[in-house]
Design a protein around this ligand. Structure first.
Ligand code: IPE
Ligand code: IPE
Ligand code: MG
Length: 227
């Protein structure tokens, strides 16, 4: 069955290696990564993609050196402030998945401001996965359902995932050459089409992105059934 690509998930990996290749600090790679987020978001918005979920900070990324973590927190706050005009100009709605409770008041405030300012937009929804980990998400969903008396169902669990209000993810792209999901959308990936490219995230070109979309359009999705 051919399905339109409504929802793309991206594991944006390779910022650190991109910087290293240039003899620069990892933080420089993260800045280049944020610029790429803007470019790909604009492209998806122009192409009429409905949902773009971007893995920006995992529940495991707290293990990185404190300086890198604090740089990423500041960068995310700055990114959101800078992106608001783009979101407004392009009718883009901003959403998040993940547990925001561990973030600084400044970042939490900027997230809330951006969500509020774009909540009525009807174009692309950009979803940032922030302090997101699928296992954490599933545990939170199960805990929310602890008092439920009836047997659990797939639908009930899905209604309690962070992604409950979004359509199913159609494709997951990982840049940076590693062939793994690193705790990203594990439940939701059940029937997603997977794409892995060695290209480092800041190097991903619109041409390559378009060619991945073309390959997606040629894949036959059977969802367990027959053609
Ligand atoms: C992905 O790039 C961005 C985050 C995880 C925040 P990396 O920082 O993991 O870059 P590499 O994988 O070390 O090159
Ligand atoms: C995945 O990249 C997380 C994000 C892109 C935010 P990592 O660099 O953290 O993944 P591993 O450690 O290589 O699995
Ligand atoms: Mg990495």
């Amino acid at each position: 069955m051919k399905t339109a690509c409504k929802h793309i998930g991206i594991i944006m990996d390779g910022n650190g290696r991109w910087a290293k290749e240039r003899g620069q600090k990892r933080s420089h790679g993260h800045e280049a990564g944020a610029a790429k987020v803007r470019e790909i978001t604009q492209f998806c918005s122009d192409r009429g993609i409905e949902y773009l979920t971007l893995y920006a900070f995992s529940t495991e990324n707290w293990k990185r050196p404190a300086l890198e973590v604090s740089f990423l927190m500041k960068l995310m706050t700055k990114y959101l402030k800078n992106e608001l005009p783009l979101f407004i100009a392009n009718n883009i709605r901003f959403e998040t998945i993940g547990d925001l409770s561990l973030f600084s008041p400044a970042l939490k405030k900027q997230i809330a401001i951006t969500k509020e300012a774009t909540s009525h937009h009807t174009g692309l929804t950009q979803v940032l996965a922030l302090n997101y980990g699928s296992r954490d998400e599933i545990v939170r969903a199960c805990n929310a359902l602890r008092e439920h008396n009836e047997p659990l169902t797939v639908e009930l669990i899905e209604q309690h995932l962070d992604t409950s209000s979004f359509p199913p993810v159609d494709m997951i792209i990982r840049t940076g050459g590693d062939i793994r999901l690193s705790n990203f959308l594990l439940w939701q990936a059940a029937y997603a089409e997977l794409f892995f490219t060695p290209t480092l995230w800041p190097d991903l070109s619109i041409d390559e992105f378009e060619s991945i979309l073309k390959t997606f359009a040629q894949r036959e999705r059977r969802f367990g059934g027959l053609n």
